[in-house]
Design a protein around this ligand. Sequence first.
Ligand code: BGC
Length: 483
Amino acid sequence: MVHLGPRKPQHRKGTFTDVPENLLQQVHDIEQQLTVSGDTLKKITEHFITELEKGLSKEGGNIPMLPGWVLDFPTGKEKGDYLAIDLGGTNLRVVLVKLGGNRDFDTTQSKFALPSYMRTATLDQLWDFIAKSLKSFLDEFFPDGVSSPLPLGFTFSYPAFQNSINEGVLKAWTKGFDIDGVEGHDVVPMLQAAIEKYDLPIKVVALINDTTGTLVASMYTDSDAKMGLIFGTGCNGAYYDVVKDVPKLEGLVPDDISPDSPMAINCEYGAFDNEHVALPRTKYDITIDEESPRPGQQAFEKMISGYYLGEILRLILLELAEEKKLIFKDQDLSKLKELFILDTSFPAKIEEDPFENLSDVQELFQTVLGIQTTVPERKIVRRFAELIGERSARLSICGIAAICKKRGYTSANCAADGSVVNKYPGFKERAAKGLRDIFEWETEEDPIKIVAAEDGSGAGAAIIAALTEKRLAAGLSVGIKKN
Ligand code: BGC
């Protein structure tokens, strides 16, 4: 994707020409539904703070707030060779990380695209795919074998309960995944069994969330990093809390872990507002939720993350074309009717079209959907893409603002990774504006900034594996009290 840098939205309300009045009315109506004011952002943030607290309480709440059992800050001195794998939404990444011990690291990685059936594959297909990918990586980079088993950090980017650093019980699949037999089970023994089936010299040492990895990797190189965030296929954030401030851990923490010890928390805030009291949901958001394999879950994520942005646009266009018959007249709408046919690169490319007559948009519609568009239609479509992108960016930062307010951070580097923050045009600028709307800073420079993250699922997983090995070697606990 070509990134053209910040650009000003071009088609503000009322600036369309050659658009019939009834269509214009619809466009304005959608503009209103998708616009989130600064006041709304403030209200959402306040509710978010309450929900973060609830998640940490014994009763629990919508946001899982999962203790990740990373009990140390990285020092930058962690050293050694580690393997890391990252089962994300679109790829499996296998990474060899050489931690240099001087806030530095080298990585060698291979990406294995998840076949399209993998989202709904069988359990065996999933673990076989992972083990085979690991085998092909080892064959390539360790053709002579290894002298002792390689420690591996497993980045599992789904909500997983952890009673210790080396386990993860999947709560529920997200991002359209739906593989039977994993929810409610610990994925670490499953991975280790697949590794043994293929006789690979690997020992799984730690299971981490991608946000926790991002947090730790970014702190390894940047002492101002306070949060690890992913704005990609899914969305989520992690930060360090303090053991004694996590009420739901009361009575569970072994004596060798101080109440003042840091504890990484994987918020899983994609589940924010599952009870639908704060977010301004539209009928498109409701349809997406109803059509998803897990209705009622990940309410926040379904409004902002990459897996859904193209689908929101598709639903709007389909409504105007098929139900209201206001656009794409006499065009074949069969492709537009296919669920999830538009991935996030579609609205992103629409926003990137540099031509006045939006000729790139025309080509895109022709290629992907087989639809001929008129110039006014393309301008309207562009406006929708802007609205969807802007809403995503503005809502996204409510999680950041809430964590900062809860922890009392007045300045912070919020380390972010993921396809949306890295590739969606204007996301960073829109997100920064959202933060300014909430905090109303008068300083020249924003004290709370979104910065590019270090490689969380590679380096982060390796650093956490190194921290874990160190604790284990010192005889320290890495999980809840054992009876
Ligand atoms: C998952 C999180 C993950 C996020 C970003 C969400 O769908 O539940 O565990 O951190 O996506 O990858």
